[in-house]
Design a protein around this ligand. Structure first.
Ligand SMILES: [Zn+2]
Length: 420
């Protein structure tokens, strides 16, 4: 009996899902209606919010229970019982419910900060929110099915206070063909309207790392980040700790150069400005550009790593946990990390890498970074850095790349293979 049980456990892989949000431009002739809807929605939130502040007792338990109590307090029950704080609401049911849960959430935040400020005098007393400005999410009752060309109908409030379905079109919707689409959120910007559409991805296998490590032909990819021309160095090992393949993700110098050009422009601009001149927007466009470049490289690097891992059937990605103290950690801090250098992108790349790899069924694991860069991965001897910082030599005469060595060590640490 026992054996059978184990078999079924191994055969049935745990499946899971993840949600990613895509942003599209929205074409509509009813921007004013969208605005009216959002205003009404936010007015209702602030009204609910004030009720919550007056009745602190309803804010106990889960958010769902709280919003139920709130709706009971402000509405009429089926038996005709009128709540204490009754007021008339002319909004669709779905909007009412979301507004109530939002108000509960904001009120809870307010009260937790209020309590904190009572205990700790360093924290000032929080102020009550006066005006809300949250975008509207269109739940199933508020929209009609999205067609393949991106047309859909949203329930909007007209200027005459009527609710009716209006047609809008999403630009570039073909990208989402065949995927499971959840409720879109409409964000109104100054010159344009955006639709944020969450999409559900099914993931075939979400077996935890603990069980993956026990698999016979598990492959692990160790990653280190450097401040040289290579953003990241990846090495793949098999279950016995043998080296299989490596990837050096380059482009660091390019990134550094592009950022430097913009930083120089900002600097020269600052020199030109006289003291009596007021600076308009404080170089906001330059900083936007810097942000965009960083985003581009972070996405690009993480995508390349995930593709490499997918091609080589990697199951686990390992990287150093810098929150645990170790000698290796000092590498990252010895040279002060300057903004807009390759190593500066480390956190961003990791953040994107985590969700991108999870989408492909690959899990990430943090590894204790103790002795990952100061020991040789082949023999365990001490590693010495030569004149060229990137090349290292161990006490037994193994020559190799500094970061390659630490990536191998991280992958091996994940496998828990200790070489003496
Ligand atoms: Zn060695």
């Amino acid at each position: 009996m026992k054996e059978e049980n184990i078999k079924t456990k191994e055969d049935t892989k745990k499946s899971g899902y993840c949600i990613t949000t895509y942003t599209f431009r929205l074409y509509t002739n009813h921007k004013s209606y969208l605005k009216v809807t959002q205003e009404k929605f936010n007015a209702l939130i602030s009204r609910f919010y004030r009720v919550c502040l007056r009745h602190k007792e309803i804010l106990e338990g889960s958010n769902r229970d709280c919003s139920k109590k709130l709706l009971k307090l402000t509405g009429i029950t089926k038996d005709g019982e009128i709540g204490k704080e009754y007021f008339e609401i002319k909004l669709p049911k779905d909007l009412k419910r979301t507004a109530a849960s939002m108000a509960v959430r904001y009120a809870k935040i307010y009260f937790t900060y209020l309590e904190k400020s009572k205990e700790d005098p360093n924290i000032g007393t929080p102020t009550k929110t006066r005006k809300f400005n949250s975008p509207v999410t269109f739940w199933t009752g508020m929209r009609k099915d999205i067609q393949e060309d991106g047309k859909m109908k949203l329930k909007l409030c007209t200027r005459r206070n009527e609710w009716r379905f209006c047609e809008v079109k999403i630009k570039g919707f073909e990208r989402l063909k065949g995927l499971e689409i959840l409720s879109p959120t409409i964000v109104i910007k100054k010159d344009y309207v955006l639709a944020r559409i969450p999409v559900k991805h099914q993931i075939e296998d979400v077996t935890p790392v603990k069980y993956r490590l026990k698999e016979e032909n598990v492959r692990i990819c160790g990653i280190t980040f450097s401040n040289s021309n290579n953003f990241a160095i990846c090495t793949i090992i098999d279950s016995k700790g043998n080296y299989l393949k490596s990837l050096f993700v380059s482009g660091g110098n390019e990134y550094r150069h592009e950022c430097k050009c913009i930083l120089n422009k900002i600097y020269s601009d600052k020199c030109k400005i006289r003291r009596w001149q007021t600076v308009k927007d404080d170089h906001i466009n330059y900083f936007k550009k810097l942000h965009n470049i960083s985003e581009y490289y972070a996405h690009n690097v993480s995508k390349r790593i995930v593709e490499f891992c997918k091609e080589n059937h990697v199951r686990i990605i390992a990287f150093a946990d810098l929150t645990i103290y170790s000698d290796d950690k000092s590498y990252y801090y010895r040279k002060k990390i300057k903004k807009y250098t390759p190593i500066f992108l480390r956190t961003k790349i990791l953040e994107y890498l985590k969700y991108k790899s999870f989408k492909e069924g690959i899990l990430c694991k943090l590894v204790n970074s103790k002795n990952t860069s100061c020991k040789c991965y082949k023999c365990g001897g001490d590693v010495k850095r030569g004149k060229d910082e990137l090349k290292v030599c161990c006490s037994n005469g193994h020559n190799m790349d500094y970061f390659f060595n630490s990536a191998m060590n991280i992958a091996l640490a994940c496998l828990n293979i200790k070489k003496s």
